[in-house]
Design a protein around this ligand. Sequence first.
Ligand code: SF4
Length: 326
Amino acid sequence: MFDLEPERVTAWIKSNGYSKVAVQLPEGLKVRSSEISDTLRSAGAIPILIGRPCYGACDYYDGYGEFADALIHYGHSAIPSMGEDPNVLFVEARAEVGADALRNHLDGLPSKIGVLASVQYIGLIDAVTEILEESERTAFVSPGDSRIKYPGQVLGCNCSAAENIRDCVDAFLFLGEGDFHPLAAAFGTDIPLFVYNPVTGSMRSVENTRERILRKRFASITIASEAESFTVIVCSKKGQKRIAEAERISALLEKAGKKVYTVVLEEITPEALSHYRTDAFVNTACPRISMDESSRFVKPILTVTEAEIVAGIRKWEDYEFDSIRN
Ligand code: SF4
């Protein structure tokens, strides 16, 4: 169902004459590593599978040069602001589906709609725009900032493509699966958001999920407000490293009377944090860790914007999703 583009991969390897090629896959595509390795072998290259976890283009493996001449990173689009390496190829693994079943779900949609998608479904934006406009609705699609490759694309850490049109639309329609990407846009804009899943042909609102997550986040902020000490986490992955944000939030927490420490980590897990005995943590890396995985952690692990509430410079009612802008 996901297009791994074997012809483009083969042509890229052959035209550059690579003899060893490293392969990086997100967890969901690792089951296809044998098939991908066979494609590389047929193209004349020795495949080297990089087994470390991979969640986004933000953690593409720039140490591939120790093992190979080039890297193929599957499952994500490049992040333009991270710069280009000619020896790295991104294969986005676009879903091979259509959007016709959306016609069954138009009744609940308002007249002005912003269209958003995760990269796997970004190729459906034109078809969805056409379907919406056939129904006499107006569709809006905006480019994002320099972290975003395609108009309408949303990352879990960046919904600038939605923010840019929040004043023109009555609702957003997100094309994709799961909660994390659409929630980033729903929190980032405070506008109703519907998720159309092109694989199942189903439509849903994220409002209940949004409310449930907000309640959990407010509980974490309340507990962290009583904390005397914080560890601010900086991630060493190239596209999640926010040293200036870590310094800024550390200074704000210190000003609010908290003791603050800093730790640099590659993977942010409960085991990695168990060594640091502060009352709470601030995560400056991927916001998914705080929003989606907080139940795995024993102590509160706040996002930067949540820590601003604890530091007293942001009001509860101005709650915002944390965004990575560069
Ligand atoms: Fe995705 Fe998180 Fe990386 Fe952003 S920081 S690109 S949401 S993995």
